[in-house]
Design a protein around this ligand. Sequence first.
Ligand code: KIV
Ligand code: ZN
Length: 517
Amino acid sequence: MTERLIIFDTTLRDGEQSPGCTLNRMQKLRMADTLVQLGVDVIEAGYPNASQDDFDAVRAIATQAHGITVCGLARCNESDIEAAAKAIEPAASGRIHVFIAASPIHREMKLKMTRAQVLERAIKGVRQARARCADVEFSAEDATRAEPDFLIELFSAVIEAGASTINVPDTVGFTTPTEYRELIGLLRRQVRGIEHAVLSTHCHNDLGLAVANSLAGVEAGARQVECTVGGIGERAGNAALEEIVMAVRTRPERFGVHTRIVTPKIYGAARTLSSLIAQPIPRNKPIVGQNAFAHESGIHQHGMIADRSTYEIMKPEDIGVPGSQLILGKHSGKAAVRDRLGQLGYELHEDEVEPLMVRYKHLADRKKEVFDADLEALYLGVEPGDEQPWTLANLHVTTAIGNTAEPTASITLRTADGHVVREAAVGDGPIDAIARAVARATQVPFKLIDYNVQSVTQGGDAQGRAHVRLTADGREYRGQSVSTDVIEASARALVDAINRIVSVSQARLRSLKATGT
Ligand code: KIV
Ligand code: ZN
């Protein structure tokens, strides 16, 4: 049986104090609820003496979060400890986390204190906290740049004063895995009373080593890891919760520990945080990034089709990610193209594969990603140069600020044989009005599911590229266009998508007729 690793989440304290990640009280409560559902053991909810807002947020979380420990941070002084104690009072299980800097740089430059003074302040702080709360954690800030003999003396003394968790912060992300493993091992062997306390890691990511260092600490016997969702935190961040949890879960034989985290809720937690702090999850982020379970290389796709374990060490569903994706692009090979066409309902005969792959590679060289509709068009023989079923001949859009008039679009479309169709529609906005007018004119029923415009050049006459995603007949289609007028670009993108729908359904019909089905 593996030992339990305590997950101490500091997203709402160390994470929230990083640039661009500030949360208001309601947002903190929402995130705290997500962390409870995720199954973290401890939520460090804030630094109550920092501001009234922080105090209120910690107290609100202590009141509402059940089944976990709620922790408040404090320096080793009376007013901080008092504020933390009051803030966590309503919690069924509360913790006060006191800290003081331990390294010579911090002692001399920041605190202007000697070793003896730091030691005395730490003992006093832990005693005061212990008088208010049974669960006290002590951190030696910048521990990885402190003298090891001082850490041993300091930690032995605070355990005697009542601390039950001993945290070893790599405050500036300075240490390396081997060094941190040795330090945790040394403390485990030499700190008096350590067998009655939990050793904890707290690693920052300045050199990109936060997770590796935390895991090295676990290998050396640490049984609490301090981390944040998505690794948000001061400067380059803290150790990412999802990476630690999935590392120990994927390699139990290596780490010999387990957590209480409900891993299928990891992806949802990362997305909740991302929307609260209004920062997208980077595409290449381990575990929760869009690319984490996406495969583009032909060799990898071939392996994945044969057996997922060839290129995936975790199952996406174990993290709550919707599923593995084989991204079709220029690196994809026959296996993936054939597989995707099969999923779309088209069985490729052996003699069709090579000619299709020649055309596929040609298309993939020009496009970043080949979508289902592109592949279907390719299979059905619709060439990009084919005459377009519809062309935008004229567009007039009116819109007004305030409730004075509804946005209206009048549109003129021309068919391939020169026939002209005019239509008009009102909508919730100009794009909605255009989409309705296009649907009426072409009589193609579709649902607009996504629309965005990006600037592709700079300056006052910048060109805008409009992208639309539609569904029609149960399939997804995309369209795009570029113009200096974003409304015109949007209308042309819609017509582009309609043309793909029409071309594919015409080709599908031709192919049914040819096969006599
Ligand atoms: O990084 C650090 O040293 C901290 C302490 C307050 C634990 O965040
Ligand atoms: Zn920190």
